[in-house]
Design a protein around this ligand. Structure first.
Ligand code: SAM
Length: 196
């Protein structure tokens, strides 16, 4: 039974949230912000804004946290900074403040595929990365940084019929796929199709 079935989707997002024991954080990690061009930074901001829109469909939007958020990000972001969680420091520090010691890192380079068993964690991390060449292996760096700070990291990939190739890699689409699986109980393939 998925969460939506349990509550029959008759409740408003706020009511639904109050009935859930604990809702995970969806964290967009901006530690690689400075590696982007200005144009790419703009795309990161846009995709974060679109992520907020998606999350608000189900919940309040506060569950969206942006870490390593510097002044430049705050200036460039056109979305509602006061309605999401914006954290200036490292992701690991944010997690420690929240008492979270284990996370799922969404990572196209991971060996393991994301599964229902992973939905017990209290935070999902998506890399705040925009790159056109898919060959750059950047997301694992985020995992290494978290592990160095003592966080347990489950690296998990999203695949379409077993392959990462058919999966859209925009930050907001990755978040959308997770939400479809987690909240609506859809299979990974179904969720990916909806965001293609
Ligand atoms: N070349 C980059 C890399 O090294 O990962 C691609 C980054 S992708 C544009 C932005 C983020 O989306 C990644 O950091 C990751 O969190 C998530 N992502 C994209 N495709 C994914 C997939 N197939 N499975 C899991 N996460 C994915």
């Amino acid at each position: 039974l998925c969460m939506a079935d349990k509550f029959e989707m008759v409740l408003s997002p706020e009511e639904l949230r109050s009935k859930l024991p604990e809702w995970p954080y969806f964290i967009i990690d901006l530690q690689l912000w400075d590696k982007h061009t200005q144009k790419e930074k703009g795309k990161v901001c846009l995709q974060i804004n679109q992520s907020y829109g998606l999350l608000r469909d189900y919940f309040t939007g506060r569950e969206l946290a942006v870490t390593w958020a510097n002044e430049e990000f705050r200036g460039m972001f056109h979305g509602p900074l006061d309605r999401i969680t914006v954290y200036d420091g490292p992701t690991a520090e944010f997690l420690k403040e929240k008492g979270i010691d284990e996370v799922v890192l969404l990572d196209p380079w991971a060996d393991k595929v994301l599964s229902e068993k992973d939905f017990e964690v209290r935070a999902f991390i998506i890399g705040g990365i925009v790159d056109t060449g898919h060959d750059k292996k950047l997301t694992p760096k985020i995992g290494e940084e978290l592990e160095r700070a003592g966080i347990k990291v489950r690296r998990r990939k999203i695949v379409l019929r077993g392959d990462v190739a058919g999966v859209p890699d925009r930050i907001n689409r990755i978040l959308g796929i997770i939400l479809k699986m987690l909240v609506e109980g859809k299979s990974m393939d179904e969720a990916v199709y909806e965001f293609q």
